[in-house]
Design a protein around this ligand. Structure first.
Ligand code: GLU
Length: 285
């Protein structure tokens, strides 16, 4: 099936959904409905240490309770690791990524000793091949990082990478926006224990799923800078972005899984219906 508007909701099954997720899923779903477009569901479960099948089952259940419908099959990232590896291999063959052996502890210590607590984005660059060989033979864990310098050299310049924002970023960003991938530094694209990290899996999947419009919370706006660069390096299309404001709780704070508290599960147990929540969030049938 083809449509000129294809969007996706892409939750990570690391816990139950909350009102903020419901708001985001409804934004995408209603936007697709309005123009006769397609609504896809993608389960971002690459981090096997944090994701749980029971959370995924609860997510599907909660979304159905909200009255959402999505196409089958649902794309589950853990079932497509070969797609991300192929993208990583391409970048590696062109010298665009390098192994970084720094541990989380090394990085935390570097941040602590930074003047005035100001932490520069990571720009380590590859280590000497002899040292790399030694560490590889000692099976020291590493992450693959994207080299901003190598990317700049390959593209000639990092300027001129633009994306279309038809919603709103956290600072009111709207319209044609210039990506500034260098601000993020050399981001991690894959880890030894996880295999692939969010940015790479996200751009590969958005392209493979034919996503034309990314509807997601404004907290993910900054991700566009690096995602736009990855699209340029991998020759992938750039979707239109439609970031939406974040839903705030009664204290004016954003909902977050890690804060615990009210979930769609607790609302359901308290007897609320999906239609009631949709109405409360401003989506009336
Ligand atoms: N999996 C991400 C999250 O749950 C969403 C990423 C995206 O929409 O690009 O926050």
């Amino acid at each position: 099936m083809s449509a000129s508007f294809v969007t996706r909701f892409a939750p990570s099954p690391t816990g139950r959904l909350h009102r903020g997720h419901a708001f985001s899923a409804l934004k995408g779903f209603t936007a697709a409905r309005k123009v006769g477009g397609r609504f896809l569901l993608r389960i971002e479960d690459i981090d096997r240490t944090r994701c749980r099948p029971e959370h995924e089952a609860a997510i599907l259940d909660d979304l159905a309770w909200l009255g959402l419908e999505w196409e089958q099959p649902v794309r589950r990232q853990s079932e497509h690791l070969a797609d991300y590896e192929a993208a990583l291999d391409q970048l590696q063959a062109r010298g665009l990524i390098y192994r970084c052996f720094k541990t989380r502890k090394d990085l935390a210590e570097a941040a602590l000793s930074a003047p005035h607590g100001h932490v520069e984005p990571f720009r380590g660059g590859p280590i000497h091949p002899n040292e790399e060989d030694r560490w590889l033979s000692e099976l020291k864990p590493f992450a693959w990082r994207l080299s901003i310098d190598a990317a700049r050299a390959e593209l000639g310049s990092l300027r001129g990478l633009r994306f279309q924002e038809k919603g709103e970023g956290p600072g009111g960003e709207h319209g044609r926006i210039e990506a500034k991938p260098e601000l993020a530094g050399d981001v991690v694209l894959a880890r030894k224990d996880v295999g692939v990290a969010y940015h790479l899996a996200c751009v590969v999947d958005d392209a493979l799923q034919g996503v034309t419009d990314v509807v997601r919370g404004a907290d993910l706006f900054e991700a566009c800078h690096i995602q736009r660069l990855l699209q340029a390096l991998l020759g992938l299309p750039t979707p239109v972005y439609r970031h939406h404001r974040l839903l705030l709780d009664a204290n004016g704070e954003r909902f977050a899984k890690r804060k615990g508290g009210e979930t769609l599960g607790t609302l359901r147990e308290a007897g609320m219906t999906g239609a009631e929540l949709c109405a409360e969030l401003g989506f009336d049938g």
